[in-house]
Design a protein around this ligand. Structure first.
Ligand SMILES: Cc1cc2nc3c(=O)[nH]c(=O)nc-3n(C[C@H](O)[C@H](O)[C@H](O)COP(=O)(O)O)c2cc1C
Length: 203
């Protein structure tokens, strides 16, 4: 494996799959020790790990999307959230077709999308799991019937607008029917598979 002082060189072309795998393992085990990125061209279809790693370089906020079901509230941690349109007010997010929670969100008439503050890292982690403990969460039904969790930076109460195929994910577009503006707090940020905060430029 090409290294310079123990780290991968950034001008290296990756020559074969074995080398790519070795670099992937190196990054996996050393990413906490200053290695930021290894340059090299590859076909994402043949290297899902590398593709995920590259996508993870896009820092995002973190949302929890909720909906009500006959069995009670359901939540889903999602960083695929994005704004779509101001007029009409549309947003979107993409649940995986392999998620055990796909059906309630695919079929939901209404949802609430919560933008999390940095202090809600544990909540983000909780809603990556299938069955979060709603008994420990401060929530109430919103005006559209979806569960609204207290303390978000902003909450978008939504009505389902359109569903599109997106490969192994669905693209769910929702119309925002009400916005709940929360406190001004540091946002929760996700980058490279890790949670963190936001360090704004001070002028
Ligand atoms: C920060 C973060 C963001 C995520 N965003 C998405 C997302 O946008 N879409 C998605 O399908 N899964 C996303 N996931 C994974 C899901 O929250 C969940 O863990 C996964 O779909 C497994 O769901 P299941 O237990 O219902 O099968 C994200 C996970 C994390 C930690």
């Amino acid at each position: 494996m090409p290294r310079d002082g123990g780290k991968p060189r950034c001008d290296t072309k990756i020559r074969n799959e074995a080398e790519r795998y070795e670099i992937a393992l190196y990054l996996r085990f050393h990413s906490d020790f200053g290695v930021r990125f290894v340059m090299g061209a590859f076909d994402p279809a043949g290297d899902p790990f590398g593709f995920r790693h590259a996508l993870g370089q896009f820092a995002t906020g973190v949302t929890v999307v909720t909906t009500m079901t006959p069995d009670g509230p359901v939540g889903f941690t999602a960083n695929s959230f994005a704004s779509v349109s101001l007029d009409p007010p549309l947003v979107m997010w993409c649940p995986s077709k392999s998620s055990r929670r796909l059906a309630p969100f695919r079929d939901a008439a209404t949802t609430a999308i919560h933008v999390l503050p940095a202090r809600d890292r544990d909540m983000a982690a909780a809603f990556t799991r299938h069955a979060a403990d709603w008994g420990a969460i401060d929530w109430q039904a919103g005006s559209n019937g979806a569960p609204v969790i207290a303390g978000a930076l902003a909450t978008f109460l939504c009505r389902a607008e359109a569903t599109y195929e997106g490969g192994d994910h669905l693209i769910l577009v929702s119309r925002v029917v009400e916005v709940l503006a929360g406190e001004t707090l540091e946002p929760l940020v996700f980058h490279g598979g890790r949670y963190g905060g936001f360090d704004p430029e001070r002028r």
